[in-house]
Design a protein around this ligand. Structure first.
Ligand code: PMP
Length: 405
């Protein structure tokens, strides 16, 4: 079979792969705990369900305008006003099949072959692959001070005349940290001055804890929407836990929306009609839903911190948002792929190797699941790795004895 060089160079999605492995193990009756995927357990907001059901009931489910239905765009315009304090026009918005497609469409529309895109480690796994998919070059910048907080001096060192864009994701997947306002202000100023696109992946912007907030990059620029280099990506996946609905959007200047609309027209025609109705229902419904999801995640974060505290070997940076944390497991093993596969085999716990996020020696743990899964998952990891923990553990009614430490 003949496969293109480019397609061959693209890695599979480790989180989706691990999901599949866990599903197969579960099908075989194995009591797997999933601390891998970023997906809350909640049901979709009732207003999303009713709105999509009403659409289905009409029996008229058709192509929509490529850039999204006018009524969903109206809801996004309002969302932008209420949450970003920015008045945007419908022509500044394109709705896509998930924020993933938003990011891909942006990159497809702005990158020429060999253009460089700066990605800040730890980073979301899909960024480098997407950049490669449009023949760009991902340039990874890792904070030299060993923290999860990017530093302007490291970024400046990486900028060249080929730098076309910088992707910023705060609150951050996988570390859970929220970048300081001062950093966002600096990077906005720098990108505006240099003419570099700043792609703000705001997908977790409401999922912040301890009374913190994630500053909107728009508030750091005086430029209007038609001239700013800031591009905002958001969607319903994390905001309302509506991952399966696959609706995201981009807010940017009209010209870029036009180009992205041409691109999208040739690829998917439009996002799915019923799903756009669902997203509209969620955005127009009671927003207390978002707060209740946020509170659940904050509570889960507290549980994770509590459980990990008594795990002497690991080092952890307290997450300030999202539903992920990225503990440092190097005291046990440097090879995170080996460690994740060991934990799946011995303790039946799914974790994601830090290597996938540019942080070898770390593991990403998701606390989007239930408190029971979080506590049991961490106690199984502890049992598998920490010689000071009891030698025996029960998984259901099965007794497991640690015979490797
Ligand atoms: N950006 C980040 C940082 C993410 O973590 C995710 C989902 N895991 C996405 C974008 C994509 O979201 P969506 O489900 O809307 O495609």
């Amino acid at each position: 079979m003949s496969i293109s060089q480019l397609a061959r160079s693209i890695s599979d999605s480790p989180t989706l792969r691990l999901n599949e492995e866990a599903r197969l193990l579960r099908e075989m009756g194995q009591p797997v705990i999933h601390l891998g995927i970023g997906e809350p357990k909640n049901k979709a907001p009732i207003t999303a369900i009713l709105s999509s059901a009403a659409k289905l009931n009409t029996g008229e489910v058709k192509y929509t305008p490529t850039d999204g239905t006018p009524s969903l765009k109206k809801a996004i315009v309002r969302y932008m006003e209420e949450n970003y304090n920015r008045v945007v026009a419908p022509e500044n918005i394109i709705v896509t099949t998930g924020a993933k497609q938003s990011l891909y469409n942006i990159l497809f529309s702005i990158i020429n072959p060999q253009d460089e895109v700066i990605i800040l480690a730890p980073y979301w796994v899909s960024y480098p692959e997407m950049v490669k998919m449009v023949y760009g070059i991902p340039v990874i910048v890792t904070p030299k001070d060993g923290t999860f907080y990017p530093r302007m001096e490291d970024i400046l060192e990486a900028v060249t005349s080929y730098t076309k864009a910088i992707i910023v994701n705060s609150p951050n997947n996988p570390s859970g940290v929220v970048f300081p306002d001062g950093f966002i202000a600096q990077i906005v100023e720098y990108c505006e001055a240099k003419g570099i696109y700043l792609i703000m992946d705001d997908i977790y912007h409401k999922l912040v804890f301890d009374g913190m907030h994630a500053i909107a990059a728009y508030s750091c620029t005086k430029k209007d929407l038609e001239s700013t280099k800031v591009i905002v990506v958001n969607g319903v996946s994390k905001l309302y836990g509506m991952t399966g609905f696959r609706i995201g959007w981009v807010v940017t200047n009209r010209k870029l929306v036009e180009i992205m609309t041409n691109v999208q027209a040739q690829i998917t025609s439009s996002p799915a009609d019923v799903m756009q109705s669902a997203a509209e229902g969620a955005l127009n419904g009671m927003q207390s839903y978002v707060e209740s999801l946020r509170l659940t995640m904050e509570n889960n974060r507290n549980v994770v911190m509590q459980e990990l505290k008594c795990f002497t070997g690991i080092r952890i940076t307290k997450p300030q948002g999202t539903f992920y944390c990225l503990p440092d497991f190097r005291a046990y093993l440097h090879n995170s792929e080996e460690l994740a596969s060991f934990l799946l085999k011995k303790a039946l716990v799914v974790t994601v190797p830090g290597k996938e996020f540019g942080m070898e020696g770390y593991l990403r743990l998701s606390y989007a699941g239930t408190v029971k899964d979080i506590t049991e998952g961490i106690s199984r990891i502890k049992w598998a790795l920490d010689p000071s923990s009891p030698k025996e553990i029960y998984i259901g009614d099965r007794k497991l004895v640690r015979d490797w430490l």
